[in-house]
Ligand binder design. Structure first.
Ligand code: ADP
Ligand code: MG
Length: 239
């Protein structure tokens, strides 16, 4: 399994953010991770990417336990965090070269140029990050996540706040990148998951409330992901 999550709980003081969460994601899949705000999506992604430890349970990425073998787990992971934190006073090439140095990538200059090309940044690559539009900033974020050629990509709301054109472009890019990788992405846009993902799982108040929702099966049975989302997160009759 690319990602294996077993009985993971996370408590922030008395706040339970994740409650015995388990799921697995196989190699080469693009998986949508859905849930209302505050459901625990970012917390789960921070645990998978070794940014914070779980309170209980086990997570492994490409067979590496995130607590016991965190360096090797991290080598397999590219992560685009929520709100895409970037050093905005750096130039695009300067920033990507800096990230490449952290990963100790050989021939970093060449690799940076390859990634600039892959994510479609060529025309903006000479600029300071602070001068880029949100769509191009997302491309910089994706380039940094891809630099060390990880097998697994964790993307936390990668399309939030984009205009319709940027949205279509970034989605296309994620699908293109996802052909060779395992991708787990969170989003609030159900059509996005239907269009991009092989399957989806839904979390609500720290509990997995639906998993293995296979998009091709939903399409065949004429079921809408949005209806399932409302049903399992308790909003079906609230309106
Ligand atoms: P989502 O990404 O699905 O919106 P989060 O994982 O960010 O959800 O948050 C899950 C819950 O944990 C929320 O109730 C949130 O307020 C809480 N939470 C997240 N981070 C912290 C933190 N560092 N300290 C205390 N509570 C937190
Ligand atoms: Mg979040």
């Amino acid at each position: 399994m690319s990602i294996s999550v077993q009985n993971v709980s996370k408590r922030y003081g008395t706040q339970v953010a994740l409650n015995r969460v388990s799921f697995e994601i196989g190699p080469g899949k693009i998986v949508g991770f859905l849930g209302p705000n505050g459901a625990g999506k970012s917390t789960m992604m921070k645990i998978i990417t070794c940014y914070i430890p779980p309170s209980d349970g086990r997570v492994s990425v490409c067979g590496h336990d995130v607590m016991e073998d965190s360096i090797n787990a991290r080598k397999c992971i590219g992560y685009l965090p929520e709100h895409n934190p970037l050093y905005t006073d750096m130039y695009v090439r300067e920033y990507l070269t800096f990230v490449g140095g952290i990963h100790k990538i050989p021939n970093v200059k060449q690799r940076v140029e390859e990634m600039i090309d892959t994510v479609g940044l060529t025309v903006e690559a000479h600029k300071k990050i602070e001068t880029l539009s949100k769509g191009y900033r997302q491309r910089v974020g994706l380039a940094q996540a891809l630099l060390h050629d990880p097998k697994v990509l964790i993307l936390d709301e990668p399309t939030s706040g984009l205009d319709p054109n940027q949205l279509a472009e970034i989605r296309e890019l994620i699908v293109k990148i996802g052909r060779q990788k395992t991708v787990m992405l969170s989003t609030h846009i159900m059509q996005e998951v239907e269009a991009m993902c092989d399957h989806a799982l839904i979390i609500d108040r720290g509990n997995i409330v639906a998993e293995n929702l296979v998009m091709s099966q939903l399409a065949q049975s004429n079921r809408k992901l949005e209806d399932i989302f409302k049903e399992v997160t308790g909003k079906a009759h609230a309106l």
